[in-house]
Design a protein around this ligand. Structure first.
Ligand code: KIV
Ligand code: NA
Length: 274
């Protein structure tokens, strides 16, 4: 049985912190599920960490649907949330069409979209149609050209706006809200005012759960790792070292050996070559 919104809400109500991580492909999804991750995010961060782009803005609905489908195929239990990309939810009709791709076709269990008051009508419409929506406030990467790459909500006015946006998303029907790059005390205060879970990233320990980008916490990526990410492994260097050994073995002839090769009856070969 897949984890449902009720399970996620129950975890929050019971004070059980919710671990979420991004995943973009089938093997990652299988490993995350084996590790017991209840909620996976197919994030549009794939634009950077998978596609080598500078931001999430060029990511398309086709990209999201393809990666979401691979992640869904790798899971039986996890709730798979997929990002609606930049400018695919500016109108209710677009948002509905996007949710149809990500949930109806790719098989995701929920969608995520960025913003506060500006998207509450879209959130309400999707929710009314049976689409679970995760909100995303604070640093919202799709708006980075407006807001810059920095912690959000640091002064009183911005903090008040963040709280108002969070309450508006909850009222509109969002089942959870990502808080990204928000001061820890503010994220804790918002979490205390909401009934739905908050999922923090660079927002301190006072959220109902945490989300991190796969490449950042596993040391897979080649880019800059944000301050809020803790390295749980160094997979990138392990891959590089393994591939160096492989290259050396191919060069020296140490790979492949008979163990990795198929033999053939000598007489049959002689006959074939005569
Ligand atoms: O795309 C993503 O990975 C995200 C998380 C950083 C929350 O939206
Ligand atoms: Na995202």
């Amino acid at each position: 049985m897949r984890i449902t919104l009720r399970d996620i809400q129950r975890m929050r109500d019971g004070g059980e912190r919710i671990a979420m991580v991004t995943a973009y492909d089938h093997p990652s999804a299988v490993l995350a599920e084996r590790a017991g991750v209840p909620m996976l995010l197919v994030g549009d961060s794939l634009g950077m960490v998978v596609q080598g782009r500078e931001s999430t803005l060029p990511v398309t609905l086709d990209d999201m649907a393809r990666h979401a489908a691979a992640v869904v195929r790798g899971t039986e239990r996890a709730l798979v949330v997929a990002d609606l990309p930049f400018l695919t939810y500016a109108t209710e009709a677009d948002a509905v069409a996007g949710a149809r791709r990500l949930m109806g076709e790719a098989g995701a269990g929920a969608v995520k979209l960025e913003g506060g008051a500006a998207v509450t009508a879209v959130v309400a419409r999707l929710t009314a149609l049976g689409v679970p929506v995760m909100g995303h406030l604070g640093f919202t990467p799709q708006a980075q050209h407006q807001i810059g790459l920095r912690v959000q909500g640091k002064d009183a006015a911005a903090a008040r706006q963040l709280l108002a946006d969070a309450l508006a998303l909850e009222d509109a029907g969002a089942f959870a809200i990502v808080l990204e790059l928000v001061p820890a005390p503010l994220a804790a205060a918002i979490t205390a005012r909401l009934r739905i879970p908050t999922i923090g990233i660079g927002a301190g320990a006072g959220c109902s759960g945490q989300v991190q980008v796969w490449h950042d916490i596993l040391g897979v990526g080649t880019g800059r790792v944000p301050r809020h990410a803790k390295p749980y492994a160094a997979i990138g260097p392990a891959i590089e070292a393994a591939l160096k050994s492989y290259v050396a073995d191919v060069a020296s002839g140490a790979f492949p050996t008979a163990a990795q090769s198929a033999g053939m009856d000598e007489a049959a070969l002689a006959q074939a070559l005569s």
